[in-house]
Design a protein. Sequence first.
Length: 277
Amino acid sequence: MATSLSLKMARLREMLQLHKHFHTYFKVIPAVTPDLVREAQRIRHSVYCEELGWEPVNEEGLEQDSYDENALHCLLMAVRSQRYIGCVRLVLPQVGHPDHIFPIQESCRDTLYAGYPDLEASERGETAEVSRLAIVADYRRRKNELSKPISIDLQEDATIQGRRRFPYIPVGLYIGMLEMASFYGIKTMYMLTEPLLATHFSRLGGNLKPIGDAIEHRGRRRPYVMEVEEVLKSANLLLRPLIWTIRRDVNSVLSDSLCPWEIEEQFKKKWRHREAT
């Protein structure tokens, strides 16, 4: 009994220090330059092409597709080694091009529920699709994760001396992409992922809602939707210091990368969003 209580107290102390632990070992970095985008594409090539064989290996060592040019990319760095170890992207709608489709529409075709994606919101530039989440092999801890580009399990994570370890890497990428979406005025995000992964994201406050039937796409996948600000506001209380830490880092990089008139436009987008909500 005493041992069980001790483990619970240790777990609580760890949760209260999540933001400090994360900042010591990891940093979320928006890929705001062509060189940084290539770093994300290198990770994708390592995971999707070399490890999983989902895409063909190429001499450049970059996994690219037609959606990259119209996407926001995000990286996760291991602070001590200064090595990029994870990535994710947000595919944006092409405003003024109603024939443009998201990857989720290409994969799911007729299995999406009516009204998804929201074409009017897409035309306003308020939607995006999360895709190409990937973590390099030596940071996917368990053997059963090596056949997946990313894994997050808040219940059965790996243990150290009897204590579960918090999945800093996928959660850091998850929060980073949410903050990038918020910064650019994106209100709604779509995701095609494993139902179990969606459940674990929802435990963080994600509240992913199914928007179509499950399909076979590199395993069983189902399309989901999430509301950006709702997720950020309803996150677990113990996660909020971690969210604030990552939001601060992401906002700092994005603000520094914009010209003055672009910063003004982003401010206007955020102001319009606050007025609407």
